[in-house]
Design a protein around this ligand. Structure first.
Ligand code: ADE
Length: 223
């Protein structure tokens, strides 16, 4: 799989993707991920990438010309073009799974107040938001989305089960609390059922605890 990120901050996009699991996936050539400087496609002495809003309004928008030039140069036959924006549809684990099946993603990163809408109408297949808050730039969001996708590529996680059993495999339920050794720490004991060896009882406990946690932290997931 290949991912091309187009941004004013290529180092921001790649910095979180060089260590640990993702760094290893890159080393194993499971993923070819590159970040490109949008300014390299901008024209003129100042290589200007932003402009004031037509019709007035606060802030600046990314101009269409450099984004069109970037996509036209990077696009391959089966590319899917994503735009990171708080105006996008919320990114979920199911989207990570779906996008991990694509051969080539081009991720455009918004900045300032966003991008000229002709880019969205003409070039972009999906507008994606990573949450209901506004970041200073989309490169951070592109790194988040890339991480979630790359870890799902076959071979990226050593143990194939670990990506299948976690939260959001069932999109309507969080995971149960988990414990490791020591069995007793500062007077806090691991729940005895987890040490019982009774797998049916452990499963029942996990289901109950997952429900309690979901009700507390994510009631919106429950029917
Ligand atoms: N750019 C700025 N904020 C963002 C968000 N929440 N999601 C995606 N891209 C963004």
């Amino acid at each position: 799989m290949r991912i091309d990120i187009v941004t004013l901050f290529p180092e921001t996009a790649l910095a979180p993707l060089s260590e640990s699991i993702i760094g290893r996936a890159r080393g194993q050539q499971l993923i070819d991920i590159r970040a490109h400087q949008l300014r390299d496609w901008a024209e003129g002495k100042h290589r200007k990438t932003d402009e004031y809003l037509c019709g007035g309004g606060q802030g600046m928008l990314l101009k269409p010309e450099p984004l069109f030039a970037a996509v036209e140069e990077l696009r391959q036959e089966h590319s899917r073009v994503l735009l990171m924006t708080p105006q996008g549809s919320p990114f979920k684990q199911a989207d990570a799974r779906r996008l991990s099946k694509h051969e080539h993603l081009i991720i455009l990163c918004g900045h300032y107040e966003g991008v000229d809408h002709r880019v969205i109408d003409t070039l972009v297949d999906e507008e994606i938001s990573i949450g209901d808050y506004v970041l200073t730039n989309g490169a951070i969001a592109a790194a988040v989305v890339s991480d979630a996708i790359i870890r799902l590529l076959p071979g990226a996680l050593g143990d194939a089960r670990s990506s299948e059993e976690e939260s959001f495999t069932d999109p309507n339920m969080l995971e149960a609390p988990a414990y490791t050794k020591p069995n007793s720490f500062r007077g806090m004991d691991v729940p005895s059922v987890l040490l019982s060896g009774n797998h049916a009882a452990i499963n029942t406990w996990k289901k109950e605890q997952a429900m309690i946690r979901t009700r507390k932290n994510r009631p919106d997931l429950l029917p």
